[in-house]
Design a protein around this ligand. Sequence first.
Ligand code: NAD
Ligand code: ZN
Length: 358
Amino acid sequence: MSKLELNSNIHNYEVAFCDSFNFLDDLMNIEKKVFVIDKNVYKLYKELFKNIRKDELFLFDAIEEKKTLKTVEKIYKFLATKDAKRNITLISIGGGITQDVTGFVASTLYRGIKWIFIPTTFLAQADSCIGSKTSLNFETYKNILGGFYPPNKIFIQPDFLDTLSKKDYYSGIGEVIKFALLKESYPKDFNSIVNMVEQVKRKNDRLVTIKKTMQVKKIYIDEDEFDTGKRNLFNYGHCFGHALENSSHYEIPHGIAVIIGMIYANIVALNRSLISKDIYKFLNKKLFLPNIPIKLNIKLFDEKILLESMKNDKKRVGKDLTIVIPTDDDIRAIKVDDLTFTEFSKSYNQLLKILKLK
Ligand code: NAD
Ligand code: ZN
């Protein structure tokens, strides 16, 4: 079992990379604990979880509509009835939704309890499990409540990914591509990124890819855990991507919306003569378009909702829109706050053409 140590201003933590499920046996030996598990994952892996006691188990529907304070309250209630208080360990198993909900619980109950997280989606294994963020949705606003609180320990077992749906698997690929493009090595070897993605699609080298992705993320969070500067650049693909999640009512999963958001950011950069047409075309052809595995239709791309969502972006600072775009052919990213509504609309129409929706 190999390991990665992470520093945090809250508490340092460790990621263990596992090639079997034996780590679950060790968790069963923790004396005061509860498990919070995504219902789908529980059903799929029932055999693995057969030794968990009923009174130590809380199952929930991991859907965006339930990433709320209400679900958090239900988990508080479950935990509050236990004899163990601050000395209880919360063990959660699932994807990014499970992580966000249980991270919020762990950080607030008794001002912080011990938390072990076992990510089961590609996105959660390669990206969200490190970086300390916990977020909840409030009414129609996504991810506007939350804080920073990393798990004490994370166990990564890539065999969990075998049961993911195609669209959830590719959602993880979207983030993997983003981090590979943001890696600070120049000049960039785009062909090696294409190869890495192709391997992962064939289920090869998943652990290697997860580790590489985490290494890139680690450099950024070591410097800016609380997202006040450099870490903003992770929003490459996310400014338009979040808007698209809204406009598609989450029919387009996060990482796939990010792929489309990166195409959009590159269109803005191309229009501003920041990147060359060659690189722009290469990335679309080799990295972005082949990794959108769902059928898109124009209804998912409502211009009004997209613009409204970009206006509501928490990173916006002035009258124009905020977006992270590449500044050169090495895809060195910067955040700009001067995307005009006219520019937004022009790039939107260009995007529709590229996606063959117009
Ligand atoms: P998810 O938790 O929404 O899970 C996606 C689907 O896969 C669900 O239906 C789930 O039940 C199912 N699933 C989970 N594991 C499975 C498995 N092994 N086999 C089969 N099905 C499985 O998905 P996600 O993409 O991991 O997370 C998206 C969420 O993460 C969003 O709410 C997003 O806002 C959040 N997020 C948080 C951070 C952060 O830093 N905290 C970062 C990125 C995204
Ligand atoms: Zn993301």
